[in-house]
Ligand binder design. Structure first.
Ligand code: NAD
Ligand code: TYD
Length: 337
């Protein structure tokens, strides 16, 4: 592992992963391949700008020529694939780009990786491919796929295509499926940063339905350490669930955030529910902890405290990413809801 192509490295998890990876591996080069959509932002990597082990390439995973040039120029031997359209609500407003990027883009990346030959291809996926749980049980790697949103369906499709490239062509693919992440640099369209950003501006906090849907939250650095473990010690062709055994109802997360921000509960607004809203996600991460010795290092209350502190310290970052396109999105998504 010398030249690692990280797709989507200017997004939330990708940028945290690059920072993590450079911290724990001295002798690697990371080629950060990103289209810089609304969600990609080079400001997320400002603190490592001078590090010669990080190269940025602006490119689209759907464009064969962009990929071929990057693989050739940097003799890529490893791929960690984060690039995607990642937000469920946006996939409800417009599903097309999710199919283009997540399905066709992933297939193009697999194709070029197959032609060039790589040692490892980590396909970063989500627990949402399994669908929705009732009050009991957890997703294991053997749970059948039952994606409900266009986003989840596009990710499930790409998981299957990645595994087909392993089966048919012997490409050394491993698939990871992680629960909801939170932490620094998350775009304020997702629950936790959106609630923090709105509360800081004393704007209403839009809680879907009754706020009783459950998500299993993991600090982003713990996701990064899990991917690192999978990359180093994972079995080719396998799927690994990643999660911190940390289920919370949305409304309880919002209350916790308000407590840390010292803002009143009167900011909460219950709004019309998301169509097809998955009730509950919960990950059984026995396999990765048993086989690869991975454990999350952050407790939720501490991680949330750190995350709130980060957003308080980075309000100019927040304001910059919340201009322009974000304002249109916010209006379309929340106005009159
Ligand atoms: P994000 O939306 O913050 O970042 C996505 C990045 O991909 C952006 O930098 C964007 O510019 C880039 N990108 C989009 N289309 C591209 C294209 N065609 N070519 C090249 N780059 C492109 O997403 P995130 O939350 O960091 O998620 C990263 C990955 O992790 C996704 O694959 C997502 O499905 C998966 N995942 C996310 C979570 C979560 O809670 N956020 C949980 C589990 C898995
Ligand atoms: P989100 O961060 O969009 O992640 P996902 O839908 O991929 O799990 O949402 C997390 C939960 O929070 C989900 O149950 C929907 C809910 N939610 C709200 O109640 N209000 C909001 O404004 C958002 C963005 C999400």
């Amino acid at each position: 592992m010398k030249n690692v192509l990280v797709t989507g490295g200017a997004g939330f998890i990708g940028s945290n992963f690059i920072r993590y990876f450079l911290r724990v591996h001295a002798d690697v080069r990371i080629v950060n391949f990103d289209k810089l959509t609304y969600a990609g932002n080079l400001e997320n990597l400002r603190d490592i700008e001078g590090d010669p082990r990080h190269v940025f390439v602006r490119g689209d995973i759907c464009a064969r020529a962009d990929l071929e040039a990057a693989f050739r120029e940097y003799t890529i031997d490893t791929v960690v694939h984060f690039a995607a359209e990642s937000h469920v609500d946006r996939s409800i407003l417009g599903a097309g780009i999710f199919m283009t990027t997540n399905v066709l883009g992933t297939q193009m990346l697999l194709e070029v990786a197959k032609e060039r030959g790589v040692e490892r291809f980590i396909h970063v996926s989500t627990d949402e491919v399994y669908g929705s749980l009732g009050p009991e049980g957890k997703f294991t790697e053997a749970t059948s796929l039952h994606p409900n949103s266009p986003y989840a369906a596009s990710k499930a499709s790409s998981d299957l295509i990645a595994l087909a490239y392993r089966h048919t062509f012997g490409l050394p693919v491993i698939v990871t499926r992680c629960s909801n992440n939170y932490g620094p640099y998350q775009f304020p369209e997702k629950l936790i940063p959106l609630m923090i950003a709105n509360a800081l501006d004393d704007k209403p906090l839009p809680v879907y339905g009754e706020g009783l849907n459950v998500r299993d939250w993991l600090y982003v650095d713990d996701h990064c350490s899990a991917i690192d473990a999978v990359l180093l010690r994972g079995e080719v062709g396998a799927v690994y669930n990643i999660g911190g055994n940390n289920e919370w109802r949305n409304i309880d997360v919002v209350h916790l955030l308000l407590k840390h921000l010292a803002k009143p509960e009167s900011l909460i607004r219950y709004v019309k529910d998301r169509p097809g809203h998955d009730q509950r996600y919960a990950i059984d991460a026995t396999k990765i902890s048993r086989d690869l010795g991975w454990r999350p290092a952050h407790r939720f209350e501490e991680g949330i405290k750190e995350t709130v502190a980060w957003y308080l310290d980075h309000q100019p970052w927040c304001r910059r990413v919340m201009t322009g396109e974000y304002q249109h999105y916010y209006k379309e998504q929340y106005e009159g809801r």
